[in-house]
Design a protein around this ligand. Structure first.
Ligand code: SF4
Ligand code: SF4
Length: 196
């Protein structure tokens, strides 16, 4: 098990807080979380589980226990790459990737405080970059992220290799769909403010 997870406060003790959260997640995702056997097959196949503060199977357990606040503050729901490996492996055919989508939506709607502040800054820098260019401009996004977190020097050793391989363009390349992407952001802003 990952060291971060051992010390992470988001792993709450086993306390049942009622069925409301389970009902809401099942309604939003269309997945039958209550059928979970805790076999951990989803966790063993998840490519990001080692980096996350919670395994997918732990998240399923927390939904069953109604531990909404702790779960919605987890960085794991944002690290999920939507690869659907968990969904494919689940013996109970639970759409775990769909559950992750529902958890992210609930976290935004409830303005959940992310336990990992760096993750919050990363999300903001990523979305600002996509809003501006219609796609992510890695160099600009990482600069904004590092300024926000004041973590200027971690991972800088990787930059020369990425530059040499042409994976870190110095100038943003605007997407041909930039206008459509901006419209999506505009509609999302209007939704949040309750405007048509
Ligand atoms: S969809 Fe998300 S939770 Fe499931 S295996 Fe992929 S990264 Fe892990
Ligand atoms: S694979 Fe399915 S049944 Fe097994 S722990 Fe994950 S969600 Fe539960």
């Amino acid at each position: 098990m990952n060291e971060n997870r051992d010390s992470n406060p988001t792993v709450a003790p086993i306390v049942w807080r009622g069925p409301e959260f389970l009902r809401e997640v099942e309604a939003r995702s269309g997945a039958r979380v209550s059928a979970c056997l805790q076999c951990h097959k989803c966790s063993t196949g998840c490519p990001v589980a080692r980096e996350a503060d919670l395994y997918p199977s732990q998240m399923m357990r927390m939904i069953l226990l109604g531990q909404a606040e702790e779960l919605l503050a987890s960085s794991g729901i944002w690290l999920c790459a939507s690869c659907e490996a968990c969904t494919t492996r689940c013996p109970m055919a639970i759409d775990i990737a769909g559950v992750m989508d529902a958890l992210r939506i609930l976290a935004v709607e409830r303005k959940a405080q992310l336990g990992d502040a760096h993750g919050h800054h990363f999300n903001r820098a990523f979305l600002a970059s996509v809003r501006r260019h219609g796609r992510v401009f890695e160099m600009g996004m990482m600069t904004a992220y590092k300024l926000r977190t004041r973590d200027l020097f971690s991972d800088v050793d990787k930059a020369p290799k990425l530059l040499l391989k042409g994976k870190l363009p110095l100038v943003p390349k605007r997407s041909r769909s930039a206008r459509k992407v901006r419209e999506i952001f505009r509609r999302a802003d209007a939704d949040q403010e309750g405007k048509p």
